[in-house]
Ligand binder design. Sequence first.
Ligand code: SAM
Length: 360
Amino acid sequence: MSKTVVALHEMRSPLPIPAARAGLHAALADTRGRALRDLRISVTDRCNFRCVYCMPREVFDADYAFLPHEQLLSFEEIVRLARVFRAQGMEKVRLTGGEPLLRKDIDRLVAMLREALPGVDLTLTTNGSALRAHARALAAAGLDRLTVSLDSLDEATFRAMNDADFPVAKVLGAIDAAAAAGLAPIKVNMVVKRGVNDHQVVDMARHFRGSGHIVRFIEYMDVGSTNGWRMDDVVPSAEVVRRIGERFPLEPVDAGYSGEVAERWRYADGSGEIGVISSVTRAFCATCTRARLSTDGQLYTCLFAQRGYDLKSLVRRGASDEELAQAIRGIWQGRADRYSEIRTAATAASRKVEMSFIGG
Ligand code: SAM
């Protein structure tokens, strides 16, 4: 695993302790004035798919060393850290991975977070493979919303992209099951890679038009260091919007809230909306309010980070909530990340943490 974890005891707190204490509930901002609003929690580094752009089979093969169970944050540790993040202004939690529905008793974690974090927007991103079986329990546990990844409606294309021979129909069935369980409208993530699935963009829009669900077309990114990313593989969101708009006229919609990652467009005939996420061609670093907690409890302040901060060791060494809060504040206040603004072919080739580990 390509990561350098910085032990917190080696870091110097930028705040004297009394100021940190006094500021516990004050607005927290990084070096660019960005608040900490969203927390993505990777609950497992394992996945049953081998999406070619995320966990290519040549790397994540039978010999790949996934984390042993004792290194994973327990549910109690996750909930405790989430509470501390909440006290720093965090408003939204997304459970992800790896494939979060592979984590045993994930519904119980959702229920625990729901109870501990009233008012927090609680969401989850899944490949949908196990969603049919979990949908009702997730809804009953208090999950607010759901994102399902689906890269193509074309059987051969989808199976080639997930590289696990998983059929489209099962994901579509799972989306229906989740909607029936009360989790609609559902966001459907499609990563668009040129020459691989971009011929499916209009079909995808057509399929979900009028369903109430929202397809979000994501630019293929250079996360991690295993997917062999090249700029030529990226289909700019502007092209996606143009292609869909030529078939189904679109008009822009104002952002739902400040810092919204997806740029929203609605069908002029009122049959719903789509989103485009342009991390490569229109970087949104300036409004990025996301922190990421990896499967083994490292805090990452950017999806493209090369290092994390070891919160798990602090927790397991018996740190108090106040000490955890102080550590998180210190890390966030020192945050200067703006990777997508400075991306070049050279940075793309640098070693970064894998998305399956840090959480997508
Ligand atoms: N297993 C779950 C899933 O498939 O949704 C959650 C984890 S997955 C890493 C989260 C999201 O990241 C998925 O929608 C996936 O398509 C997206 N993703 C992974 N690698 C990506 C890349 N290189 N560029 C853009 N999106 C990517």
